[in-house]
Design a protein around this ligand. Sequence first.
Ligand code: BES
Ligand code: ZN
Ligand code: ZN
Length: 489
Amino acid sequence: MPKINVLASAQKPARPDLAIVFCLEGQDLHGLPYCDSAVQAIARGEHFKGARDKSLYLPGPKRVLLYGLGKLEDLDIEVVRRGAGSVAKRARELKARRVALVLPGDGNKGASQVELAQAAAEGICLSLYKFERYKSKDPKADPKVEPSFDLILSAASRVLQAQAGVKEALVVCESVALVRDLVNTAPNDFHPQNAVIQARRVQKLGKRLRLKVLTVPRLKALGMGGILGVGQGSSRPPVLVHIHYKPARAKRVVALVGKGVTFDSGGLSIKVGSGMQDMKSDMAGGATVLATVLAASRLGLPIEIHAIAPFVENMPSGHAFRVDDVITFMNGKTAEIMNTDAEGRVILADALVYASRLKPDLIIDLATLTGAAIVALGMNITALMGDDKAIAKLKACGERCGESMWQLPLPKAYRSHIESRIADIKNTGNAGEAGTISAALFLKEFVDASIPWVHCDIAGPSYLKREDGVHPAGATGTPLRTLIEFLKS
Ligand code: BES
Ligand code: ZN
Ligand code: ZN
């Protein structure tokens, strides 16, 4: 993680490598740190007015970058988060070591300088992330320069609080980076057995965490036919990982359940070439629940959390589960397999029964479950289904964190889509009709009806082909920050 400090403008470094000044549209630069009369004159000459995302770089001995945040009335934490992400990448390109970043005053949308500092720190950490595990190092290349940042506040009275906010942002962003690392890791390296190693690492890094690993004999004893069925085609046996965070004074208990398919080939219903690309990311939900419980424990949140993730590899082989198979789950329900590529719901069924038996106050599951979620909402919006109240809260947290979410309905009438002639249900809905909803209705069969439950389909936003805002191409770590915000509230 980059080093990030908070200073009052009176303590600002006199000669940073690069001074970045966030400017509001139409703002008078006079009086802003690092904006002497020469800088003001150039800005006037170049017609720099502080419009959103417009920037002006002044090279020379005192390197200054003016960066526009747009209008004060639109200034919220997401504007600053994205702006900080964008200037951080610029600072890296310019090979600056020590950067001073001048933040705006309080935002018109109620964002305080403290929140803006925290958001700036997030933007910096999220956008500077790089995944370089598989790049061989050029011994002749320049040693890497990673910039460090001093965030400059106008209100000296807010510095201490802002420092605490930045510290929290660093903890959360380290967990986001962990998700990204795990998801970006190639599936020959991240497989169910490696997931266990990673879970042990998480347990050691956190506080008050206990780890349970359920291997095949235990999965059999519990009757987890879904996890065993999907996992049986792979030479790597499936596991279920359960990390329990129990703080001293917990007010509530939440279970987080994540889909951990370490590679989704589709199984015997094999995916076509391009459809199989990036299917190493089908464990993003599982990685996210592990990293979320780690962040929650490091922040000492007063909420008990069960992070539960089945990890399996969905492969075709002579041992693989078949189309037409009937599987019996942990709660005794049966499902007819119509398509082995609809495997996520099959492993989550057992995990949701397991989570329900822990009697939490709320269950949230995260899953790269359906391509249909991408068709409905694209790459930037998580689909939410389930308990209306919890969804409203989660969605509001998502907005604050710059992670968009949108609710889809779970109409009773669509239950017919998963009716099977020979078993209790089947694992696909009607072709081409509301695939995200029928998948969620399948999951609903396995959640104790007395426990509020939210299903998050993250097939789109968890993994991007192209860089977008604070997310480099590849794994994003979405929606970990939203979950932490939610657990905090
Ligand atoms: N892991 C996929 C869903 C997915 C697709 C995630 C694209 C991310 C990007 C899931 O297991 C799957 O294959 N779902 C099928 C279900 C269908 C067979 C009912 C799908 O969406 O096509
Ligand atoms: Zn699949
Ligand atoms: Zn899948």
